[in-house]
Design a binder for this molecule. Structure first.
Ligand code: ADP
Ligand code: MG
Length: 324
């Protein structure tokens, strides 16, 4: 059985990527990086625990992807570009096959974002992975949750709801026979983060957040930080064809979309005078964004379905969730 040092040596020290701003990677007591002039460092940490965030039996490749994508997504939401990551991993017993497959999920995604693993810690214990990611953003240009203004338009990227439906499939065997169940399951683990879009939004969005807890929950963070309200047209929320097929009635799809977390799409507000520029910028890059609502004055969240008020509420997300 491989020991701690063999595991580090074999799985966590060997990668092709070699950023020029990494002065010292693994092997000493600390890693050392240099920050380019005019840039700030955005830092975020996320943990995934077996039994809480993924099943012990889940495909290790997907687990790695999910752990890393959620971290990259936090940087994207701030308009920061991934640079370095450290990994604290706790393993019950060194399972070489598991580690091998884990790395097959981790490195391709890291490399695709020019993100270098610069250090970490490897211990024995219940299966969990904590990543601390660091990214670069031009000084003063980070996208915050706090800048939304009354009258701004509210957008989301991509489609919403697949991840939530996928989780349902993972947790409930009986859903496996529904149309597109396995596609949605895979999407739960393999959700893409929106790094490129975050960069585009730096000069356009007034606020931004990544959808990690669900649209309803996350939009409330923007409302609270920006001291504004919001309205959402649920019939405008973009959903995938697979989700529509999975839901027996098309209408139910937006319910998944409202609650879906761990999806890593961005939700952002844009002032009316920048909408044209926004559409031009995203079209050029082939990115999908959809207007789903507006920022309003009174600090509550109102949901409309085909112009009919569904819900209005000022607080208590959990109550809201149950009532859907
Ligand atoms: P220390 O005793 O100083 O904490 P370790 O023996 O824990 O050092 O780690 C040795 C080297 O391997 C360090 O540079 C550390 O950053 C790196 N390392 C350990 N675990 C990981 C991991 N899971 N991923 C990446 N690097 C790791
Ligand atoms: Mg250590």
């Amino acid at each position: 059985v491989a020991g701690e040092f063999e595991i580090i040596e074999q799985y966590f020290s060997q990668q092709q990527l070699n950023r020029s701003d990494v002065v010292l990677g693994q092997g000493d007591d600390c890693a050392i990086v240099s920050v380019p002039l005019g840039q700030e460092v955005a830092i975020s940490t996320d943990t995934v625990v077996a039994g809480t965030h993924f099943l012990e039996t889940a495909n290790p490749k997907w687990v790695a992807h999910k752990a890393l994508a959620s971290n990259i997504s936090d940087l994207s939401a701030m308009g920061a570009v991934p640079a370095w990551v450290s990994m604290a991993i706790s393993l019950p017993n060194p399972d070489e096959k598991w580690l091998h497959d884990f790395c097959e999920g981790f490195y391709p995604l890291a490399n695709a974002h020019n993100l270098q693993l610069i250090g970490g810690d490897t211990t024995r214990g219940p299966l969990s992975i904590t990543l601390t990611i660091q990214g670069l953003v031009p000084t003063g240009e980070a996208l915050l949750r706090s800048g939304a203004q009354v009258g701004d338009h509210l957008f989301v990227s991509g489609v919403l709801g697949d991840s939530h439906a996928g989780l349902e499939v993972i947790l409930d065997e009986s859903k496996r026979s529904l149309p597109c169940a396995s596609t949605l399951e895979k999407r739960h683990y393999m959700a893409e983060s929106r790094s490129e879009l975050g960069v585009v939004l730096r000069s356009l969005a007034s606020s931004c957040i990544d959808i990690s807890d669900g649209l309803i929950s996350d939009i409330k963070h923007i409302m609270k930080r920006s001291q504004v309200g919001a309205l959402i047209y649920v019939d405008q929320i973009p959903v995938s064809d697979e989700l529509i097929r999975y839901c027996s009635k098309g209408e139910a799809a937006w319910k998944y979309a409202l609650q879906s977390g761990e999806e890593y799409e961005l939700c952002f507000s844009v002032p009316p005078e920048k909408i044209d520029e926004l559409h031009k910028a995203v079209e050029q890059k082939g990115m999908r964004i959809t207007k789903i609502g507006e920022i309003t004055q009174n600090q509550d969240l109102r949901l409309f379905n085909h112009n009919q008020l569904l819900q209005s509420q000022s607080q208590g997300f959990d109550h809201f969730r149950e009532s859907l």
